[in-house]
Design a protein around this ligand. Structure first.
Ligand SMILES: Nc1ncnc2c1ncn2[C@@H]1O[C@H](COP(=O)(O)OP(=O)(O)OP(=O)(O)O)[C@@H](O)[C@H]1O
Length: 253
């Protein structure tokens, strides 16, 4: 009798395969992504770094269905985003993806709790009370739930935004410079929650950042240069991230 051995492998939450994205035409054409390949393992915090203009935001927008690829494949789980029309991509973003932006993007007239619940409210659903309580506990906002954004510090506002991104249990959370507007202490708290979300709650998180200290919170850092993934660091340290970035910037000069 023969036994088939299935190799154990980490599930892939999202994947870019040979993705090309150009902006403009002719003399002003910019190849923002030039054959980018990337696999995002499920349940991990992945940081995306690279010199300015290397394609980080473009890659994130294409992976999140905010923008379309010109060529290549973009997969979210089993779904090939390149086969979806605008309407289907909008639905996919609403139901399967969470976002955290540098500028928090909270609704000023809503309380912290209402902001957290917003993705579900918009879909006509109510939050699962147990999950809401856990998130509120994890981000340390239990005594701030009735406050409006203007009554919260920047760090507290971003923690509300992180809880909001997680409330609908999306397949993947994309965070674009989530600590860009925070001082280092508030930033550390937000990064700690993102890491906790991955390690303890199994949430897949992808974070674009310029900050080597922020990247060091990740399980893995991938580096872009000229529209391609050119390097990666598992279990990154700040020093290793700095050294890799210095090498990429020197190579680009
Ligand atoms: N809407 C657009 N129209 C024209 N060119 C664009 C557009 N968006 C991005 N680009 C160009 O594509 C390239 C990649 O941009 P992208 O914003 O993805 O890089 P990035 O690595 O995120 O940069 P940064 O670190 O400076 O934010 C850059 O040369 C940029 O100027």
């Amino acid at each position: 009798m023969t036994t088939t051995l299935t190799p154990t492998r980490t599930a892939v939450a999202a994947e870019a395969r040979a993705v090309v994205k150009t902006y403009g035409h002719g003399a002003v054409e910019v190849r923002a992504l030039d054959g980018a390949d990337l696999r995002i393992p499920a349940g991990q915090l992945t940081a995306v770094m690279g010199p300015s203009g290397s394609g980080k935001s473009t890659l994130m927008h294409v992976l999140a269905g905010l923008d379309t690829a010109d060529a290549g494949q973009v997969l979210l789980g089993e779904t090939d985003l390149t086969t979806l029309d605008e309407e289907a991509r909008t639905l996919l973003r609403r139901t399967r993806i969470g976002f955290v932006f540098q500028s928090f993007n909270l609704v000023p007239s809503l309380t912290a709790e209402e902001n957290i619940a917003l993705p579900l409210t918009l879909a006509g659903r109510k939050p699962d009370p147990t999950w809401l309580a856990r998130l509120v506990d994890v981000v340390g906002l239990a005594d701030r739930l009735t406050h409006r954004p203007s009554e919260l510090s920047g760090g507290q506002q971003q923690r509300v935004a992180v809880a909001r991104a997680l409330i609908a249990r999306p397949d993947i959370v994309f965070a674009d410079e989530p600590t860009g507007n925070l001082d280092s202490r508030a930033g550390d708290a937000v990064l700690g929650f993102l890491r906790h979300a991955a390690r303890e709650l199994g949430q897949t998180v992808v974070m674009v950042t310029h900050d080597p200290s922020a990247a060091a919170y990740a399980d893995r850092v991938v580096f872009l240069a000229d529209g391609r993934v050119v390097d990666e660091l598992p279990a990154p340290t700040r020093a290793a991230v700095l050294a890799t970035m210095a090498g990429l910037i020197a190579a680009g000069e």
